[in-house]
Every structure is written in C-alpha cells, then in structure tokens.
Design a protein around this ligand. Structure first.
Ligand SMILES: Nc1ncnc2c1ncn2[C@@H]1O[C@H](COP(=O)(O)OP(=O)(O)OP(=O)(O)O)[C@@H](O)[C@H]1O
Length: 374
C-alpha cells in the first residue's frame, strides 16, 4: 500500500499544501517546530481519523480558521482510492472515493499506517493504557469488527460507570438496569478479549525471530496478555463470556461501592517477557528498546499477513533515538518493501548509507521545498 499524494488545507501550520510522494523512503528534514511532525501526524490522521498527539480534533484546525481538510490518494495492489477527512465545528466528515461514510469503522482500514515515535520506546515500561491503546489502534486497523466492538465497549462502559455512580450515591437502588448493562458489557467485552488473545499470539510469532536477530540470538521474547478477567487461554467465546460474567457478579458490591467498573478489557495489560523476566521491571533500557523495535517491526509483517498489503511506516524523529545496530535492523527490514516517511533534523550516518534514493523535503515555517539531486 502506498500514499501517492497528500493535500492539506488549513491543517495545523499548513494553509494549502500538496505533496507527491515516492513509493520508497520520503524524508522531511527541518529544525524544531517547523511542521515536520504535523505532516506525519496528518498522514496518521488520514488513516485513523484521529490524532496520536491530541484527543481534540479542534487542535488540528489552523488557528483562526474554521475547518481543516486532509486528503490523499492511496494506491493498493488492485485499486487507487481517494480519501478525505474534513474537521469543523460540526464534527468530522470522512469520505472514501468521494462518498461520505456514515461510520468511521467503515473508513478506517483504507490506509494502514504504523507510527514509530520516541514515545513508542515507552511501550514496554509506560502505563498499561499505552499498551492497551497500542493493541486497539493496531488491531483495529486490521479488523473492522474489532474496531466496532471497541467503540461499542467504550460506550457501554461509560453508561455502566455512570449508573454505578448513581447506585453509589444512592440516587437509585434498582439493579435491574445494571444487569442489562453488565450483559451488554460482557457480550462485547468477551469478543474483545478473545480477539486480543489471538492477535497477540500472532504478534508474538512475528516478533520472536526479529527480536532474536536483534539480540544476536541471545534472548527470547514472549508476549503475555494479563487479563483482569480470569479466563483460560483455551476458552471459546462461551467460556470467556461465562468467566467475565461470573467475575463481574463477584465484584458487584465493590463496584457499587467504588462507582466504577473494576474489570474487563479496559483494565487489562500486556507483558513483555525476555528470557523469563518481565522486561519492564528487569530489562535494561537497551532490552526495552529492542523489544519495542521488534514489536513494531513485527506489526509490519502481521499487517501484511492479515490485509495482504504492507502498511505505510511513519518514523517520527526516532532514528536518532536508536543505536547503529538497531537503526540498521529497522532500515534493512523495511528496505524496498514498505513506503516510509521519516522526520528528522538531519539524517543519521546509518540512514544515509542504507536509504537508497530517498525523496527529501525540507520543512521551514510550514513551507516545503523538494531537494533536487545535483
Ligand atoms: N492548529 C495550529 N495552527 C497553526 N499552527 C500550529 C497549530 N498547531 C501547531 N502549530 C505550529 O506547528 C509548529 C510545530 O510543528 P511540529 O510539531 O510539526 O514541529 P516539528 O517540525 O516536528 O519540530 P520538533 O522536531 O520540535 O517536533 C509550531 O510552530 C506550532 O506553533
């Protein structure tokens, strides 16, 4: 898959910009605060209809303007698809082939991206919410049903928490509606739990050989899904549903006391085990970086397996954060197969050696100039 072109209108510090890209490596070079990350972010937003940097779409609109538009042409093996997203105070409008989509879950998945930013090096030791978000964003792009279920789950969870709060404050004593919400939560939640299990097994399989190679065959990586719902790995949907239902019932008094849903996919975590040790607790910073890199590279292969196309890779100022060995692994893994966008103040030595004929754009105060070869 490839993003052939991108047009921004009143997006962040870009008034009106159109760029045509290489199907290989595209590099955005510039000093700080010139608009490099804004460009990468716009590609991410075009793919996922939300930013990784802000939860408020309003931030994406250029100051003093009323609306912003991102559009792009995506080339796949069998089709060319125009995508566009418009943000205004009326909300966001997503179009595929110029047709407005009523559900974002129908829009997402047209352009698949994997973003690797310095914060991703925190994937291993950051808060559990970072890892849950990682699973949901990556898997959601590959599986529209999963994406739909996570949206439903959030909606039911919000409603259930609000009702638990009312019970806590004794504004009601009626638990029949809580039963209804619990059943809805369990039905959607069990599907999410099963899907996460199977996604993480595939991710582990793809990450293990990459991790072994980066660590010179000295280390073995395992991914463990730690669920707040005590279900068995071998359980089918009925089994997971029953386990979730029983666990919720057991916690009911505590949930009412706390006014909040205490278990479910929103409370789960992912653990990275290297040579039998939890790398978040016992791993060196180098081991944590190797793990994050292996998992990110594994995603590229997994997305190709699941969707039949390689995703587009976005590397936001990440090369200078990696040592030469890890940079080499990263750049060799993507060479000649993954369209890549890189932002950096300048290219590292390793990148200069390993990236053949990049298309280089210079970014200054929201203006872009294309570097021409002499
Ligand atoms: N909604 C907006 N409207 C106009 N300008 C904006 C908006 N949001 C951010 N900016 C501007 O964009 C610039 C930041 O751009 P960006 O985050 O892409 O920096 P960068 O080139 O990646 O630099 P760094 O390497 O420091 O991250 C800032 O000057 C900021 O004022």
């Amino acid at each position: 898959m490839e993003l052939e072109s991108l047009t921004l209108k009143n997006y962040r510090n870009y008034g009106d910009l159109t760029l045509e890209f290489s199907d290989g490596v595209n590099v955005f070079l510039g000093e700080n605060a010139q608009g490099k990350t804004n460009l990468l972010e716009s590609i991410y937003v075009l793919a996922l209809a939300r930013s990784h940097r802000t939860s408020s779409d309003k931030d994406l609109i250029q100051w003093s303007e009323k609306e912003a538009t991102i559009s792009g042409r995506v080339k796949r093996a069998i089709s060319d698809t125009p995508l566009s997203l418009n943000f205004s105070n009326k909300g966001k409008k997503a179009r595929v082939n110029h047709l407005e989509q009523s559900k974002l879950s129908q829009y997402i998945g047209q352009l698949n991206v994997i973003l690797f930013a310095p914060e991703d090096l925190e994937l291993v030791k950051g808060a559990p919410s970072v890892r849950r978000r990682f699973i949901d964003m990556e898997f959601g792009q590959m599986n529209p049903l999963y994406l739909y279920n996570t949206t439903q789950y959030k909606r039911i969870l919000k409603e259930r928490n609000a009702y638990l709060k009312r019970l806590q404050l004794k504004q009601t004593t009626d638990t029949v509606f809580l039963d209804v919400l619990s059943e809805q939560l369990v039905n959607v939640g069990a599907q999410i739990l099963l899907a996460r299990e199977s996604f993480l097994k595939k991710l582990e399989q793809a990450a293990q050989p990459i991790h072994a190679e980066i660590s010179d065959q000295r280390e073995t990586l395992h991914l463990v899904y730690n669920s707040s719902v005590n279900f068995d790995e071998k359980d089918d949907l009925a089994g997971v549903t029953a386990a979730f239902e029983a666990a919720l019932l057991k916690q009911r008094a505590r949930e009412i006391m706390m006014g909040s849903t205490l278990l479910g996919p929103h409370r789960d975590d992912l653990q990275f085990i290297v040579n039998d040790n939890d790398v978040a607790v016992f791993g060196s910073q180098g081991q944590q970086r190797t793990t994050a890199l292996a998992v990110k590279l594994a995603e590229i292969d997994l997305m190709q397996q699941e969707t039949g196309e390689y995703p587009v890779l976005l590397l936001d100022d990440v090369l200078s954060e990696l040592d030469a060995n890890r940079q080499t692994h990263l750049l060799l893994a993507i060479q000649d197969k993954v369209q890549t966008f890189i932002t950096a103040p300048s290219l590292t030595d390793v990148a200069r050696q390993l990236i053949h004929t990049p298309k280089v754009f210079h970014v200054k105060h929201g203006e872009i100039t294309l570097e021409t070869e002499n």
